[in-house]
Write a protein that binds this ligand. Structure first.
Ligand code: NAP
Length: 498
C-alpha cells in the first residue's frame, strides 16, 4: 500500500510497479507472449521506462478468445447473486487498494494523484453499481392481445465480448465495460491501450482474487492492435465489440464488425461546447469551465473543447479564466502541488501545440500559455485563446490538452447554432440561471449528455454516451447492462386451447 494523501517515494513507486503482473492473462493464467516478445511502458513525466510487459501476438489473441468462448456457457448460467458478489468483492478490493491504483495510473498516464484517486472512486463505483444491477435482470410475460397465446420475453447474455480501451482513463474505461458484462454473464477479451496496460493488468489480478472464474476475463496487451484484434472481430464466436477511443478507429471497427453483424458499443471522440450566458453565476461558470477543461489534463472525451461566452460577460469571464489557468501548477503528478501533469506522449503534445500555433496564425489571440514546457516529460502550459476564428482547426478537432479556446456569441439562437456546428455530439455544458433556457438547451443541443451549471457529468448511475460521430450505446446507469443482454421471445400456445 502506498501512503494515503502523502507523496509516494521513488521506493514506493518501484515496489508498486514491480508488484504488477506483466504477462498476458489468458484462461485464468499469467503467461508470456507466444513469441516471448515484450514492450516497454513509459512514465510520461520523465520519458523513462517503468516496466516491460508481454506483447500479445495474433496467436495469443486467438487463445484469449478460445478461453472466453469455452467459459461462456457455464459462466452465463451462474446465479446472478454469484456474479453480483464477485463484483462487490472486486469493488471492496479496488477501494482498499485505491492508493495503489491511483499511483499506478499517475505513473503510466501522468495525471495528478488527486485526479487518479477520483478515477479510482469513479471506476470502482461501476463495480458496485453493476453488482446491484445483477439481481435485477428481468423479462416479462404477457397474454397475447387476441388471447390465443402467451408471450415470454427473457434476457440472455450477449456472449463473448471484445473490449478495446484508451489510455486516458486506464481503470474506469475498463470497469465501465467489464462490470456490466460480468453482471450480464458475458465472457471477455480486453485489449487495453499500449501506453497504459499496467492498470488493466493489476485490475485483472484483483478480479481473479475476487473469485472471477478462469477464462471469463482475458487480457491481451499488445502493440499490434489491428493485427491482433482484427481476426477476433471476424471470428463467429465473438458476439460483441465495445470500443472506447477515437472516432477514426471506431469507424474502421464498425466497418469490420459488419462482417458478422456484431453488436457494437462505440464511445468515441467529442468536441464539447461549454456555454456561458450573461445571466450565469460567474463564479460557478469559471469553476465549471476549469473542471470541464482541465480535468485529466484536458485529455478527456468530455473536455470542454470550445468555450462559448455571451458578449456581455466575455471580458470578465476571460480575465477570470486566465487568472485561474495561471494558478494551475504544472508538475509531475506525484507532486502534491501538481494540478496538471504531462500529456501522455510527445505526439499528443505536438498535436496540441500545432492546434495552438495554427489558431494563432489564423488570427486568434494568445491570452496565456501557448508553449511546450522545456525539460524532461511531455508538459504543456495551460493556455487560453481568444478571438478564435470560426474556421480555426482548434474549434473542429479534439484538442486533448490544457487549452481553452474562447468564442463569443450574442444570443441563445447563435449559441445553439455554434454549439451544434460539429460532427461530434458527446456532451455539452451550459451555465445560466434561467431554468427555461436550461430546458430549451436540453432539447436543442445535439448531444448525448448535458451538464447544466456543472462542469462534470460522469456518474456510474447515469447513461454515458454520445450521438452523431461520438458513438452509439450507453455505459453506466440501468441502460449500461442492456448493452450486454439479448432479448429472447418465446411464443407459447394457448394453455386453454382444447
Ligand atoms: P485510439 O487511438 O482510437 O485508441 C483507442 C484504442 O484502440 C487503443 O487501445 C488502441 O490501441 C486501439 N486501436 C488503435 N488502432 C486500432 C485498430 N486498428 N484496431 C483495433 N484497435 C485499435 O484513441 P486514444 O488516443 O487511445 O484515446 C483517445 C480517444 O478516445 C479520443 O478520441 C477520446 O475522445 C476517446 N475517448 C472517448 C471516450 C468516450 O466515452 N466517448 C472516453 C475516453 C476516450 P493502441 O494503444 O495500441 O494504439
Amino acid at each position: 500500500m502506498t501512503p494515503e494523501n502523502g507523496q509516494p517515494t521513488p521506493a514506493d513507486e518501484k515496489r508498486l510497479v514491480g508488484s504488477v503482473p506483466t504477462g498476458l492473462f489468458i484462461g485464468g493464467h499469467w503467461r508470456a507472449a507466444s513469441d516471448a516478445g515484450t514492450f516497454d511502458v513509459h512514465d510520461p513525466s520523465t520519458g523513462l521506462v517503468l516496466a516491460s510487459v508481454s506483447n500479445a501476438t495474433v496467436a495469443d489473441g486467438a487463445a484469449a478468445l478460445d478461453a472466453a468462448a469455452e467459459a461462456q456457457r457455464s459462466w452465463g448460467r451462474t446465479a446472478p447473486r454469484e456474479r453480483a458478489e464477485i463484483l462487490r468483492r472486486a469493488f471492496d478490493i479496488v477501494s482498499a487498494r485505491a492508493e495503489d491504483f491511483a499511483l499506478l495510473m499517475t505513473l503510466e498516464m501522468g495525471k495528478p494523484l488527486a485526479e487518479s484517486r477520483g478515477e479510482v472512486a469513479y471506476g470502482a463505483e461501476f463495480l458496485r453499481w453493476f453488482s446491484e444491477e445483477t439481481a435485477r435482470i428481468a423479462g416479462r410475460f404477457a397474454v397475447a392481445p387476441d388471447g390465443r397465446s402467451r408471450l415470454l420475453v427473457t434476457k440472455r447474455p450477449v456472449g463473448p465480448s471484445l473490449f478495446i480501451t484508451p489510455w486516458n482513463f486506464p481503470l474506469a474505461m475498463a470497469t465501465r465495460k467489464i462490470a456490466p458484462a460480468i453482471a450480464a454473464g458475458c465472457t471477455m477479451v480486453l485489449k487495453p491501450a499500449a501506453l497504459t496496460p499496467l492498470t488493466a493488468l493489476l485490475f485483472a489480478e484483483v478480479l481473479s482474487e475476487a473469485g472471477l472464474p478462469d477464462g471469463v476475463l482475458n487480457v491481451i496487451q499488445t502493440t499490434r492492435a489491428g493485427a491482433v484484434t482484427g481476426p477476433l472481430i471476424t471470428d463467429s464466436r465473438l458476439r460483441k465489440l465495445s470500443f472506447t477511443g477515437s472516432t477514426a478507429i471506431g469507424q474502421r471497427l464498425i466497418a469490420d464488425s459488419a462482417h458478422q453483424v456484431l453488436r457494437v458499443s462505440m464511445e468515441l471522440g467529442g468536441n464539447a461546447p461549454l456555454l456561458v450566458f450573461d445571466d450565469a453565476d460567474l463564479d460557478k461558470a469559471v469553476d465549471g469551465a476549469m473542471l470541464a477543461k482541465m480535468r485529466n489534463c484536458g485529455e478527456a472525451c468530455t473536455a470542454a473543447n470550445r468555450i462559448l461566452v455571451q458578449s456581455g460577460i466575455a471580458s470578465e469571464f476571460t480575465s477570470r479564466l486566465v487568472m485561474r489557468m495561471a494558478e494551475h501548477t504544472v508538475a509531475r503528478g506525484t507532486e502534491p502541488t501538481s494540478k496538471t501533469g504531462p500529456l501522455v506522449d510527445e505526439a499528443t503534445r505536438q498535436k496540441v501545440h500545432e492546434l495552438v500555433t495554427s489558431a494563432v496564425q489564423a488570427g486568434a489571440t494568445l491570452a496565456s500559455g501557448g508553449n511546450v514546457v522545456p525539460g524532461a516529460g511531455y508538459f504543456y502550459e495551460p493556455t487560453v485563446l481568444t478571438d478564435v476564428p470560426a474556421d480555426a482547426r482548434i474549434l473542429h478537432e479534439e484538442i486533448f490538452g490544457p487549452v481553452a479556446p474562447i468564442v463569443t456569441f450574442t444570443d441563445e439562437e447563435e449559441a445553439i447554432r455554434l454549439a451544434n456546428d460539429t460532427e461530434y455530439g458527446l456532451v455539452a455544458y451550459a451555465f445560466t440561471r434561467d431554468l427555461n433556457r436550461g430546458l430549451r438547451l436540453a432539447e436543442e443541443l445535439d448531444v448525448g449528455m448535458l451538464g447544466l451549471n456543472t462542469g462534470i457529468v460522469s456518474n456510474p448511475a447515469a447513461p454515458f454516451g454520445g450521438v452523431k460521430q461520438s458513438g452509439t450505446g450507453r455505459e453506466g446507469g440501468i441502460e449500461g447492462i442492456e448493452e450486454y443482454l439479448e432479448t429472447r421471445y418465446v411464443g407459447i400456445a394457448d394453455p386453454y386451447a382444447p
